[in-house]
Structure formats: C-alpha cells, structure tokens
Design a protein around this ligand. Structure first.
Ligand code: GDP
Length: 193
C-alpha cells in the first residue's frame, strides 16, 4: 500500500449509514484534541486531509479514507467536556455501532497523549479493545513536548496504567517532528498484509 495516495471517501453521522467493509480497516481512536487529525495528515503526507481544529468538540462523524486496498477509519474524538449530552450519545452510538458490526478489523491505533496519565475514557477504550480481542497499537502523541528522558518515563508509566503486556506495541509519535511515523507505517503494513 502507498501512504501517499490516501483519499477521503465519506463521512457517516450514524452507524446505520455505514457501508460494509470492502477492505481491511485500520481505525484511529482517541480523545478529542489528542492530535488524531495531525497524526493522520503526517502519516499520509497530506496537510488538509483530516481537519486539524483549534476548537475541539466538533460534530461527531466517522470518516472513511481509501488507501489502495486498505480503508482508514477516523473515529470521532471522545471526552470533550463541553459537548451536549445528545452529542455524547451520538459519539457512543457511532463508535459502539462501528465496533459491533461484522467488519474487517485489521488494526486499531489508539491515541493517547504522552504528557498525562491516561483518562478514564482512554482506559475504557483500551480495555474494550483488549476484551474484544481486537488487534491494536497505542500511539503516544505530542512527544516533542517532552524530553527523551521524560518520554521513556511516561511510556513506562502509561504501559503500567493501561495494563499493557511487554509484547503490546506502543509507539512514541510526534506529528510536529515526524517521530514514530515510519514505525507506525510498518505496524500498519504488517497488520493489513
Ligand atoms: P484531534 O482533535 O485529535 O484531531 O487533534 P488535532 O490534530 O486537531 O490537534 C489538536 C491540537 O494539538 C492542535 O493545536 C495541534 O496543533 C496540536 N498537536 C497535534 N499533534 C501535535 C504534535 O505532535 N506536537 C505538538 N506540539 N502539537 C500537536
């Protein structure tokens, strides 16, 4: 597959609208503002492919991207405090609806901010992925905001907090600097092979 030839396909506002899988799917999850759009744009070398927003909590949709035999799925960012109850309900409907379907799940990239403890919603997400036996990798974001030493310390602390075994993969990334992108591309290539 070619990471430089990924195209936006479609946005879905409810899980009932989702069209069946036509290729292995690589989905990206994370709390709102974790840096998901920035990471997608860096991974695919395309500045405006996913919208980087200054105001978090934009309308929840699932966005599909087509990448030559792989479908990339941008799940709605969770946990933004200021959205309404109905918007939160829509988020749950979308994400649970997506994972409850009989789809061709190849990999979930679960994004977590490297600077902080994982939130309760991050913990829930990763527990769900583990219990559902879905293949996943944790991508720690915004590593450029920490020194190398702090990065290693946070990586170990988050591994412990999220109860990830030694064989679980965790990639330290920075969309600002490009760290971890090749490693993540390799994990994705292996998952869809
Ligand atoms: P999303 O809500 O998860 O899609 O997050 P965005 O990609 O829109 O990013 C949220 C904010 O974090 C923006 O202000 C980005 O510029 C910033 N950001 C994202 N990734 C990085 C990174 O790797 N390093 C730094 N320093 N800032 C980042």
């Amino acid at each position: 597959m070619n990471f430089n030839n990924v195209r936006f396909e479609r946005s879905f506002g409810t899980s009932a609208q989702l069209t069946p899988s036509t290729a292995p799917e690589v989905a990206f999850s994370g709390r709102s503002n974790v840096g998901k759009s920035s990471l997608l744009n860096k991974l695919f070398n395309r500045k405006g492919l996913a919208k980087v927003s200054q105001t978090p909590g934009k309308t929840a949709t699932i966005n599909f991207f087509d990448g030559d035999g792989v479908t990339f799925v941008d799940l709605p960012g969770y946990g933004y405090a200021k959205v309404s109850k109905s918007e939160k309900a829509r988020w749950s409907e979308l994400i649970e609806g997506y994972f409850n379907q009989d789809r061709s799940f190849a990999l979930v990239v679960a994004l977590v901010d490297i600077r902080h403890e994982a939130s309760e919603l991050d913990e829930n997400m990763i527990r769900f992925l583990r219990e559902a036996d879905l293949p996943f990798v944790v991508a720690l974001t915004k590593a450029d905001k920490l020194s190398r030493q702090q990065q290693m310390k946070q990586k170990a602390a988050l591994k412990r907090q999220l109860a990830l075994g030694d064989d679980a993969s965790m990639v330290v990334t920075s969309s600002a600097k490009g760290d971890g992108m090749e490693e993540l591309r390799k994990i994705i290539r292996d998952a869809v092979a």
